[in-house]
Design a protein around this ligand. Sequence first.
Ligand code: CTP
Length: 467
Amino acid sequence: MGSLTVRNLPEDVKQRLRMRAAANGRSMEEEVRLLLAEGAAETPAPVKKPAAAKGAEQAAPATHRVLLIIAGGIAAYKSLDLIRRLRERGMAVRVVMTKAAQEFVTPLSAGALAGERVFTDLFDPASEFDVGHIRLARNNDLIVVAPATADLMARMANGHADDLATAVLLATDKPILLAPAMNPRMWGNRATQRNIARLVADGVATVGPNSGEMAESHEAGTGRMAEPLEIVAAAEALLTRTHDKPLAGRRIVITSGPTHEPIDPVRYIANRSSGKQGHAIARAAAAAGARVTLVSGPVELPDPPGVATVHVETAREMLAAVERALPADVGIFAAAVADWSVAQAGAQKLKKDGGGPPQLALVENPDILATIAKLKAKRPRLVIGFAAETEKVIEHAKAKLKRKGSDWIVANDVSAAGGAMGGDNNAVHLIIANGGEVNVESWPTQSKDGVAKALVARIAAALKAAP
Ligand code: CTP
């Protein structure tokens, strides 16, 4: 009996075989054996569907349809995992790949994971008659672009439509989520920042990029694509139906994190704030449909999806960014702003000159919460401050409410025993100015996400009660 070597088959046959084997979760040799057996029996064996991912009901119809556009960046390899993660959550995934994306991953692998052919060409006669870019643009609930390269974002921002990906993005009426990924210098370039700002202003949502090591060696900074699970969470937030969005149409400005006040070019005054609580509130408010501007001091956290994040260092920069973000319906001041800055920060590194330690003269920083609460014309309807206290939490918070002129204060115990600073949980008291009286609600200890969601629900109720 003769033997058959897969390696010697024509290239196009091998290609189709590879696709079929991948879709059926078999090796190529196994697939050949089955095909031969089927041929011999003249009764085709059923083609096994790709195994339903864990947690997904095999028979259940897809909850949502996502069109994933993969652009040409090294992070494209993570998009293969993203396809799996989206399908695990019961979403149907259709994939478009740009020409450059195909230099990094093949349509074959993306197609095998998505369970259907991948679309690559604007002028593909088969797809123009069958699906076409207009139907690709419309027959979905959400378009995710991951990785979103600097070039693709530039073309989107300027309304180009010279390949399938950009034509679909221009023709769609569905929400778009971008997961930018690029070299940190490309991300920091003014042109890229201009383009992303324009896209966000056009209503496009973003997730990431994150900071850290890049795939290229010796490169680090902001530019890593968000992890697949972060992208899935952002996609799910966008897919939540509008009736779950009690803050739709509201504008909210939030401060978060510490500020850094320079002593000289290498040293600064800082505090232990992680920004976790402020960022959690920004995420929860965006998920509730608000248009959120997050003014963040230096933190180790990714920018929340769907939130316009402004990065600042000092208290003065934070105040200026908040003022630029007004008008807003609600202002939430969760940042741990440094109370003082160095009067004359050294232009050069301070040196030990034998004359003893330098005398640093401090000046008081502007109080952002108090400044905004006392505005006449642009004061948000609801001004919410935080009170970080290490003792007599409620008493001090009540005094702060009055002194700063805010409507509510979220008071938390930041003593080492409380564990709120940098930790994931928070026990807070909500202090509410109610005419001449002050009401106090003490909430149970919960995660910072839990506090954020509860606060957002209270804000939505308050705005609804006094429209
Ligand atoms: N805050 C602010 N700008 C400042 C200082 C504080 O906006 N320069 C805001 C914080 O974001 C928070 C509230 O004021 O919402 C209270 O901050 P906290 O640090 O608890 O109070 P302080 O104003 O620093 O007062 P104290 O030092 O007496 O505790």
